[in-house]
Write a protein that binds this ligand. Structure first.
Ligand code: MN
Length: 254
């Protein structure tokens, strides 16, 4: 305790997820690790904050806290209240499933890292690509290496790192890691329409496998080639390149 760095670990799969346990265990040698995570799965809640009901924090183990809220609530409560001192690093994950390309905008995992970044703490989100089976060991080992680097060197301002670890494939080893940019999702007929026993229609969103535009240099391409993808994500969403085109917005107002 005392001078060793404080590391906050959060996720969106819930406090009982094995991905969270693997991540917290992997960074244990690097500092004081505190887990503050949702009490149940809150995947795809994005960056939502709970404002209209009270939040409760329950200690579910030594240095492990469950919150009846979103990943963003957890990071906000932890940094502004529960922890007592400022963390040097926020880690979010290891998520069960990819957070690649445009899907980052839905992600609770990435949003926890966004909240850390907004509160001025270097933050990293980690996801394991796959369905059913995941490379938690490799993801945890890589996260520990990266966490040590970030603790020593910090990150550029307003920037989080979004890490995706490739899915297990026929025992193939991971080939390394690559710095990438966000890829583009191919949006298709992802909605499944069914009829319930009373004859009423209902829908499922996102039933299909992920499909992405195959472009070199993207997060999706890296994981499809067996590399861990590391994407620096900037919280300034302004599209600076569009200013020229939007100069045509020259009508008088009021
Ligand atoms: Mn999740």
């Amino acid at each position: 305790m005392g001078s060793s760095p404080l590391i906050l670990v959060c996720n969106d799969d819930g406090v009982h997820s094995e991905g969270l346990a693997a991540l917290a265990a992997a960074v244990q040698p690097l500092g004081d690790v505190v887990v503050v995570a949702p009490d149940r799965e809150r995947s795809a809640v994005s960056h939502s904050l709970t404002l209209h009901r009270p939040l409760r924090v329950e200690e579910v183990g030594a240095g492990r806290h469950a919150v009846n809220g979103t990943p963003t609530d957890c990071v906000n409560l932890a940094i502004n209240g529960i922890l007592g001192r400022r963390p040097s690093l926020v880690l979010s994950g290891i998520n069960k499933g990819a957070n690649l390309g445009d899907d980052v905008t839905y992600s609770g995992t990435v949003s926890a890292a966004m909240e850390g970044t907004l509160l001025g703490v270097p933050s990293v989100a980690v996801s394991a690509v796959g369905r059913g089976s995941f490379r938690f060991d490799a993801a945890a080992a890589f996260s520990a290496r990266l966490a040590a680097w970030v603790l020593e060197r910090s990150l550029p301002p307003d920037t989080l790192l979004n890490v995706n670890v490739p899915a297990p494939r026929d025992g193939q080893p991971i080939r390394g890691f690559a710095l990438t940019r966000m890829g583009r999702r191919r949006y298709g007929d992802a909605i499944v329409e069914k009829v319930d026993p009373r004859g009423k229609k209902y829908y499922w969103i996102g039933g299909e496998e992920l499909e992405f535009v195959q472009e070199e240099g993207t997060d999706f391409h890296a994981v499809s080639q067996g590399f861990i993808s590391v994407t620096p994500i900037h919280l300034d969403l302004t599209n600076y390149k569009s200013f020229d085109a939007l100069k045509a917005l020259d009508f008088a107002w009021p």
